[in-house]
Design a protein around this ligand. Structure first.
Ligand SMILES: Nc1nc2c(ncn2[C@@H]2O[C@H](COP(=O)(O)OP(=O)(O)O)[C@@H](O)[C@H]2O)c(=O)[nH]1
Ligand SMILES: [Mg+2]
Length: 488
């Protein structure tokens, strides 16, 4: 159905382009939006300053491109996208695009460009042939609540978010500001669009509590609390702890770093324990000379205490013997895999629905900003599409709540809901679980029976709000299915 929604959205976009064909600015803007359908999905990586955005981007790309620890005032929206050759494009506020020749793409060069003033650069586009960028473009937004955002106004940030198909929001521990921010973005831009497009990453999870070896367990417990929070749940189904620093270091680990880890793992138990007592001791102790202090300090900066402790455990218990093995184990420990899986399931696999949402958002913006005679008709088509789209997004959102366990029904209803919401396909047979020989009349009976079962659930007083809403969504799916059976 998402495919069909996307086709309808695309058709509406084409009509809007025709409608504004004599208005060059508007039609060019719309054409730009249209061309994005053939480009990788755009994911905005947002959050406060130092929430770990750049680090996580590097971890996801598997390369060090994004400069970390940027000064707050130098923040500019930076796009990391695929290109056959390394390339840097500077977009000026007036809309001009400059190709800046750079000797190589490294964090130092990019950091220098990020220092340009906001009146000189509106956004930076970094193109790199990294395989990690083939399916997705990552956009680092200015830090939420940073002075840069205050200066340029929240609208600049909202603008970037409206250009993204999905949002990965990083927070160290969801502060009030984060929640307010996320909510305001939804109210501002996407109120009419089901928020199927936000994943919250509980970043720098290794620093949770006292930052010891059990930091991730503590982070997981906190994440669970947030998953159950109704406010959080209203805009995201996923809260995932992640250690971007370790993800970044593991995916770019060198042979020398591996050799240093092996050297450290060979120390006696007591020497190693003494070394791991504090970050200061680890980086500055005069012993062991076999792995000099400068090398240790670098390891600490790259992997963090948690990463080093995990590397020691893996190497000493014999579960890991080579660089590749250690990389795999540390990536697992960083939870980057879980995050990547969620990005894949929530964003990449649902890209048709997300792209349809982006297109509708763009058409809506244009129609409202440029009213002229005849626009009513397009607005009418838009509203009609939105009603269908909204239900489809409800279905997607509920499927992911069922998957994450936020919504749970007794087993038989659970699997029926799953099917009915279109998990196995959108035609009547897939939704009703009929076999290939099922007759139309049987399917119609089954649909009626299913609707009756779910209407019964609708008056079940034991359901809380989330479950009542879930039941309503399934009821609507049944009703729509029956309506289409009657038409067909
Ligand atoms: N311990 C730890 N530090 C991190 C992690 N991610 C980022 N950092 C550190 O936090 C600081 C800010 O990170 P950065 O990625 O630049 O944040 P940004 O401002 O949101 O882009 C840097 O010093 C990073 O090394 C993490 O997962 N664990
Ligand atoms: Mg940054």
């Amino acid at each position: 159905m998402s495919e069909r929604l996307l086709e309808h959205a695309r058709a509406l976009m084409v009509r809007a382009m025709t409608f504004y064909r004599d208005d060059t600015r508007t039609s060019t803007w719309l054409r730009g939006r249209m061309e994005r359908l053939d480009q990788p999905l755009r994911i905005a990586v947002s959050g406060r300053v130092k929430s770990g955005k750049s680090t996580l981007i590097n971890a996801l790309v598997g390369e060090e491109l994004a400069p970390t620890d940027a000064e707050e005032r130098t923040q500019v929206s930076t796009f990391y996208q695929y290109g056959p050759e390394p390339k840097v494009l500077v977009h000026t506020p007036s809309g001009a695009v400059q190709n800046v020749p750079v000797p190589s793409l490294d964090t130092g060069t990019i950091r220098d460009l990020q220092r340009w003033r906001p009146d000189e650069v509106a956004r930076l586009v970094i193109e790199s042939p990294s395989p990690g960028l083939q399916a997705i473009t990552l956009i680092e937004t200015p830090g939420v609540a940073s002075s840069a955002v205050q200066e340029t106004g929240r609208s600049a940030l909202a603008q970037i978010l409206s250009e993204a198909d999905a949002v990965l929001y990083l927070t160290r521990h969801p502060h009030q500001t984060d929640l307010q921010f996320l909510q305001s973005v939804h109210e501002l831009q996407i109120a009419r669009y089901a928020p199927i497009n936000t994943i919250i990453a509980f970043s720098r999870a290794d620093e949770t509590g006292s930052g010891g070896v059990d930091a991730l367990d503590a982070a997981e417990r906190i994440a669970q609390r947030y998953r159950d929070d109704p406010t959080v749940r209203s805009f995201s189904q996923h809260v995932i702890p992640v250690v971007g620093l370790l993800g970044q270091a593991a995916s770019t680990m060198t042979a020398e770093e591996f050799a240093s880890f092996v050297g450290l793992a060979r120390l006696s138990q007591s020497d190693l324990e003494a070394l791991l007592l504090s970050a200061d001791r680890f980086a500055n102790s005069t012993v062991p000379e076999s792995v000099p202090a400068a090398v240790r300090a670098k390891l600490l900066e790259r992997f963090g205490r948690y990463g080093i402790a995990r590397a020691m455990t893996c190497l000493r218990d014999g579960s890991v013997t080579d660089l590749k093995g250690l990389r795999t184990a540390l990536l697992e420990d960083s939870r980057l895999n879980d995050l990547q899986e969620a990005v894949h399931l929530q964003f990449v696999e649902r890209q048709d629905a997300l792209r349809a949402r982006s297109i509708l958002l763009a058409v809506d913006m244009v129609l409202r900003a440029n009213p002229r005679p005849g626009v009513q008709r397009l607005l009418g088509e838009f509203e009609h599409l939105m009603v269908n789209a909204a239900h489809e997004w409800d279905e997607l959102r509920l499927l992911s709540s069922l998957a994450s366990g936020q919504v749970r029904f007794p087993r038989s209803l659970q699997s029926e809901a799953h099917r009915m919401l279109g998990a196995y396909g959108h035609d009547a047979r897939s939704r009703l679980g009929g076999d290939d020989n099922a007759m139309e009349a049987d399917l119609a009976d089954e649909a009626a029976a299913t609707l009756a079962r779910w209407r019964e659930q609708a008056v079940n007083p034991l359901h809380d709000r989330a479950h009542r809403e879930a039941v309503q969504t399934v009821v609507r799916s049944c009703e729509r299915l029956i309506a289409s059976q009657m038409r067909g």
